[in-house]
Design a protein around this ligand. Sequence first.
Ligand SMILES: [Zn+2]
Length: 1004
Amino acid sequence: MGRPQYLRVALLAFAALATCGISLADGDTQPGRDPKQPIDEAYTAKIRKYTTQPYFSSPLVDYLPADKNVPTPEVVLGDVAGAPGILPYAEDVYKYMRLLEKATPRVKVFSIGTTEEGREMIAVAISSEANLKNLEQNRERLAKLADPRTIQLNDAEADKLVAEAVPVYYITGTIHSVETGAPTALMELAYRLAVDESPYISDIRDGVITLITPVVEVDGRDRMVDLYKWHLAHPKDFYPPLIYWGKYVVHDNNRDAMAVTLKLTENVLNTYVGWDAQVLHDLHESVPYLYDNTVGDGPYNAWVDPILVDEWQMIGARNVADMTKFGMPGVFTHGDFDTWSPGYLMFIAAMHNGISRLYETFGNGGADTRERTLEPDEYSRTWYRANPPLPKTLWSQRNNNNYEETGLLTSLHFFEQNKRLFLKNFYLKSKRSIQKPAEEGPAAYVLPSDDPRTTVQADLLRVMFKQHVEVSRATSAFTVALPVKKEKKPAKPAENEEKPKPPAPTTRSFPAGSYVIRMDQPYSRVADALLDYQYWSPDDPQKTPYDDTAWTFGELFGVQVARVTDPKVLTVPMERVTEIPAMGGVQGEGTLFAVENHAEPALATLRYRLKDANIDAAEEPFQVADRKFGRGTFLIRGVSRSDLDAATKSLGLRAIALASAPSVKTHPVRTPRIALVHTWLSTQAEGWWRLALDNLKVPYDYMSTQALAKIPDLNARYDVILFPPVGWNAGLTNIIDGLPMSWGNPLPWLNTPETPNLGKIDSTTDMRPGLGWEGVAKLQSFVAKGGVLLTATDTSQFALSLGMANGVTAGSSEKMKIVGAIVGTRLVDAASPIAYGYDEKISAYCDNGPIFSVNSLLGSRRRHLGPDTNTRPTGRGTKDDPDFVIGRPAAEIPEEPEREQWELPAPTEEQLDNNPRVIPPTGRARVILRYADSKDLLISGLVEGGNDIAQHPAVIDVPNGSGHVILFSIEPIYRGETENTYSLVLNTLLNFDSLNAGRKNADK
Ligand SMILES: [Zn+2]
């Protein structure tokens, strides 16, 4: 499709205009059917019947063109797209797309991978026959625009390619399984694009390759269709909520575009990049009637090219205008969604030099037609919503399909009309990504080869590979200049002049083998966005961040990442790597093997893999010859050298053979029997824990609170119970009671012929019951008899509410706003096995975590110590003089012991006297980790009012009977991004029966 084709399109459009006799001031083609093409009368009549008001439709979708060779969606659906009562399974959607492919040369279907449960994902390309014939040639052109290095950044050459290339507009549907309209809308859209001969549609067909993934979350779609069918069969009953979407996560599947841990993200990312597409347009349904949230609100992501911001505004504004002109109410593009986080699926495009777009349309969570009443903030007229949705209306899935299709068709048409502009922009954004080192910088990110956490470094690099980022490895050592920091002018001459600080280093050296992520590559943007730091000002006018405010991967993974601005780094000899070179294995001679502990999650995998070996953990640092080993080092016996070599090599861990056993105190590192517990309220947060454990090959039994409550003797089956966060601020009553049982019907989540896709991950005859008081008693007895219960955020508060953690209280703060941020924490008790392998400073993910306080007295609030209570009372003399009482000598005031916020205050003599509430030393809370001081709390993101949590405990080990309750205020396992803190959980698992190692019990 070179120039002649383009000319032909223009001529066709002109001819069409002439025949219709319409003159358009802006030169655009008029939307609407071609009167010469017959329509499918029956289908068209049904479209009109299912549309609840004429103004919920448009001239683009209020008819269906007929083609005797091409089947309409009716052949698969049995009715029209968006018909009430009809939700197709993914398989049916695919069946239809493949029927289209068979019937017309304008459609091609591609398999793009499978889901975690093995279901297929597809992409459907629709364009003119000529365009689809020349896909490969076109891809070559697009690939050159995507990587301008291939044309030496030559703008003239780019212009030639821009004039010849056909752009790719990629549309993705139903990533959120409860948002159900997209698949049928996209079936019909594919049909229209393939069949409709109106000039408006043939413009699109000839000028653009439309690529469609009709179902992104395939596993979740099939479950949703099951549920909807159950609902149709039981129309009077409440139907079960969709508790599982994908195998692991629910709504967060649209937060995975950074770490790329889910198959759906990987498959869409590979398709987007593989096609060198220009747009990724993701369809959602949670706002009436069409909110193009692409433009949304600030703050915008700081790493996107301003050219993209202009594109968002251009397409968004035009989209609103076009649909408003059709008389469709409730179409707008500004709103409260901020475009800060790059975690959304659509952001794959924004981070790879394309255009990200997202529609929120209106859906009924199924295909029922329902009377819908909106909230005032949904129907109010605002400056950006001049034609708002109606306060109350009858809404159908057909209405939804009309909006989705009309929005997409007007977008596709506008995009087609301006495709040279957008293709040129695509080239310019790619070129500017390559020019980053010379323009805004940095020149590169360097991951030093002497980072002790090699396996975690490798995991971070693998994320880069998944993002299609080029990674190189320096073949020799090198040194770069560090940026000169501007000295801050002192506000006032300081009174007590501190000693002058030693001059800051001006260079930094890296050893050979260090990884270099060059910023002179087309996808530098995504690497920069993931590895850089975020700062969200507490004064930002945006007061409700839509999602996390920080994601700095070096900090979340706990891996050294140097941002290098010195362009000299690009001249260092290096070679490109596409996988992590093999490392690890056994070195030295001997039958006892030591594996150092750097809090690498791979250690847990090693422990489970060598299940018959004897592994001990060193409780103190030790030295062999001149080699130093830290606390928690694995000492391995009873395994052959070759088996250990194979295991450590595959994991990237290094084992050192020792000639003799070091004299150091040790305890066994065992493989606990683990239960991972979920509620039937939400599986969002715990899914990330399952995913992490599955990837690490740490086995566990997965069960609901209901199932746990039915196990007669938990200790007979389990050593550790993991109770990850429930989410949605689920409190004590929610967890115990579940959903109301006094009314309503049972909510089954079962694998039956009626619901063949439900019940596989877990199942129940009734989702309503919670843990129950019987379950509470079981949990309490489990811990008292020696079990370990590990909780985080809301489940920690749950354990506290039940009195399972003596001497610990949790508070909250109105002033504090830590919104998905990265905070500094400090190791308090390095001798605890939970802390093995960690350095003193640990960066952690925190989302307004509970504020823990510790005490040595039961049920007592901590007495506040500090300068404000120690000031002298009103009386005689100067501030530092003692007061006196007339007629007697001055009394000596006893010294108050000073305690830090995270330290247990030892009970005073007064408190100890005849006081059954004093917790004996062996029963007191042991603080493992605390939040950093206020000034060091913010690492990345938004931290406001952090003073209220600064210095408070962040991880606590509380003895309870013979067992332990472990409490987390931070979130240790989250969205596949927080590998730095995984080992706090994994250490607890592996040392479950030796958690008291290194514990100091005596009162001072
Ligand atoms: Zn959604």
